[in-house]
Every structure is written in C-alpha cells, then in structure tokens.
Write a protein that binds this ligand. Structure first.
Ligand code: XBP
Ligand code: MG
Length: 251
C-alpha cells in the first residue's frame, strides 16, 4: 500500500499568499523604475497568473499589448529588478505564512517525512521567503529546493516535480504535492503525484477535478476550514493534519 514518504511544497500561494501583495507589487515597482507606463492591478494580475514564471508573464503581457515590446535580455533585466524589489518586500516581513503551514511542516519533519520545494519562482525569491518567513533552519530541512529555470518547461508541465523526485530518489506513488493553483495541480497530476490544494482568491474557481483534497486552507485547531472537494471522504476536517495526508495516500 502506498505510504507518504515525501511532501513537495509549492511556494507562491501555498506557503504564503505572495502573489497579490508581493510579486505583483514588485513587478509594478520594476515597471515604474524602468519608465514603463504599466501597472498590474489586482484583477489584471489574476488574468496574467495563468502564465507561470515572471519573465514568461511579462512576455505574455507584451503579446497582449499591455507593455511595449522588448527583447528577451531586457525582460531578463527588468525581471531581475523585480526580484530585488520582491526580496526587499519579503525582508520587511510583509508576507506571513498561510494558516497551518508551519504546523504541518513541523509535524512532517518530526515524522521523518522527506520535505522539498517544487516551484516556478526564481531561486533568490524562494531563499528570501525561507529566510524571512520560515526561518533559516529550513534551508537544511528541505532536502531539495527545485525552483525557477532549472527546468525549461514550467508548471503546468510536470518537469519541476519530476526533477525534484529524481534529486530525492523518491517514487511518485509515495509523494504528495501541496498546491494552490490549477497550473500547479496539473503539473503535479502530470508527474503522477497525489495532490492537496489550498485555494486562495485568485484560484478558488479553477478546475481541481481529480485532486485528493481541496480546502480553503490547512488551518489550525478551531479554525473550521472550508472543504471544497473531499473525494476520499476524509473525516474530522476541522483543519488538515498530517494524519489526513497519510490517509489520502492509501485511499
Ligand atoms: C508561481 C509563479 C511565479 C511567481 C513569480 O507559480 O508563477 O512565476 O508568480 O515568480 P507556482 P518569478 O506557485 O505554481 O510555482 O517572478 O520569480 O518567476
Ligand atoms: Mg502556487
């Protein structure tokens, strides 16, 4: 029977709600600084989120007429400035972890489950979040930090999950992905992983058909989370515990 041996965490939207008040704000700071007359407001950014990866997202906005055309090297330097602004925002402590994230991480770590990260985000942006929101000890506790351009095809392609599992030497059948978005779920599904989704305002209406559990958040004791899909009929879902994650692997 498959057993939970490894949990791979998505970052943006899953560890913390970084998109609206972190990445979006940092993109706008970089546009302003470079003299681009473009501001991604909250709903516009929601449309742009269908493209994963910051550089890819800028290219997509150029293609839809939002920003004037520029060569790839200029996109890369604009994005490098965006990453610097993002790191500063994170260092200010503006983006807390989502409810239940630290509790579940600690529970899984104590249980000896292999922990890793699989994200489309730039490695230095991930490092900033680990350092300022999670704590430096997590650089050692995560057995792999798979991020950004390390694979050519970003989510919804399975590559980043496949890469992380190869690095760890774990099987998809024993691995659970924690995600927040349709693109992330598709990526985990294509890699053959089980997947739990914690939605946010940007992703709530997306398609998570086939995911093992879809909830509003992991939550904490007493928080009474909203359960959007519970295909395995997991009981006692006042908040998500490690025991739920272990049970759904065998369902
Ligand atoms: C997150 C992303 C990232 C961030 C921006 O998707 O798509 O591109 O929005 O980060 P996921 P960068 O949570 O599915 O990994 O600008 O560093 O790319
Ligand atoms: Mg995400």
């Amino acid at each position: 029977m498959p057993e939970l041996k490894c949990i791979l965490w998505d970052v943006d939207g899953t560890l913390a709600d970084t998109e609206r008040d972190g990445h979006r704000v940092a993109f706008n700071m970089a546009f302003d600084e470079a003299g681009h007359a473009r501001e991604w407001d909250v709903p516009t950014y929601g449309e742009l989120l269908k493209v994963t990866g910051g550089k890819e997202r800028i290219r997509y906005d150029i293609e839809r007429g939002g920003i004037g055309d520029m060569p790839d090297d200029q996109i890369a330097s604009l994005h490098a400035r965006k990453t610097a602004h993002y790191q500063e925002l994170i260092a200010e402590g503006r983006i807390p972890l989502r409810a239940g994230v630290r509790r579940l991480l600690e529970e899984a770590w104590q249980a000896g489950i292999t922990l890793g990260v699989a994200t489309t985000t730039t490695p230095s942006a991930l490092d900033a979040l680990i350092e300022h929101s999670l704590g430096r000890e997590w650089f050692d506790r995560f057995a792999v930090l798979a991020a950004g351009d390390i694979v050519p095809a970003k989510k919804p392609a399975p590559d980043i999950y496949t890469y992380a599992m190869e690095q760890l030497g774990v099987d998809a059948g024993n691995t659970l992905a924690l995600e927040d978005s349709g693109n992330g779920w598709k990526s985990a599904q294509a890699a053959g992983l089980h997947c739990v989704v914690t939605v946010n305002d940007y992703t709530r209406a997306q398609d998570f058909d086939g995911a093992d559990l879809v909830v509003s958040e992991f939550g904490e004791p007493g928080s009474a989370i909203e359960v959007l899909a519970n295909p395995h009929g997991l009981a006692d879902l006042e908040y998500v515990k490690l025991a739920h994650l272990q049970a759904l692997m065998q369902a």
